[in-house]
Write a protein that binds this ligand. Structure first.
Ligand code: IMP
Ligand code: MG
Length: 181
């Protein structure tokens, strides 16, 4: 599908599935190199948006790891509210662990800062951030984004896990808001 309509808005395709897979493979290669000797790293996937990315990424890893989920929300409609709500907390013990946070997209970075503080307080040994998408024009925080598969302009996108008010997560491609029609 080249175009989709969700609620009141139109979207057009911008990153096809095969490109997404290539970019994820490049990140997986780096992780495979960096985590070869690390004991049982723990991936923490931030729901809901990163479910598809997490699934595809983990299938490409060749080291032993654990996976846990957390559910946070900052978005309302097509913009970040800046206020992070924790909907489902951490279920694993993270003390002394090497943690890799898996995000769908880093936009303003409010979510990452909140999560970073939370994990630091919980006594993790090491935190790395891995995101499918990064909006460098919007991200002005100090925390280093260690693995970013794809950098995009400051546009609103959906698909491949990302939603517009809960619709659009199931698409295999990524779509951008089309304001021309
Ligand atoms: P941040 O806290 O501003 O960095 O926003 C991060 C969260 O907002 C992401 O995990 C997404 O769930 C959501 N988000 C940010 N940009 C977009 C977008 O373009 N489309 C859909 N969701 C987005
Ligand atoms: Mg998210």
């Amino acid at each position: 599908m080249k175009r989709i309509r969700l609620h009141d808005k139109n979207f057009k395709i911008c990153i096809p599935h095969d490109v997404i897979q290539e970019k994820i493979a490049a990140v997986a290669d780096k992780l495979n190199r960096d985590y070869a000797g690390v004991e049982n790293p723990l991936f923490i996937s931030v729901l809901n948006g990163s479910f598809m990315f997490t699934s595809d990424l983990l299938k490409m890893l060749d080291f032993q790891c654990e996976l846990s989920f957390i559910k946070l929300s900052s978005y309302c409609g097509t913009s970040s509210t800046g206020e992070i709500r924790q909907i489902m907390g951490l279920t694993s013990n993270v003390k002394g662990r090497s943690v890799i946070v898996v995000e769908d997209i880093v936009d303003t970075g409010a979510t990452i800062v909140e999560l970073h503080n939370m994990l630091t307080k919980a006594g993790v040994k090491d935190i790395k951030i891995c995101t499918l998408l990064l909006k460098p024009e919007a991200y002005k925080k100090e925390i280093k984004i260690n693995y970013a598969a794809i950098e995009i302009p400051n546009d609103f996108i959906v698909g491949y896990g990302l939603d517009y008010d809960e619709l659009g997560r199931q698409y295999r491609d990524i779509y951008v808001l089309d304001t021309t029609i």
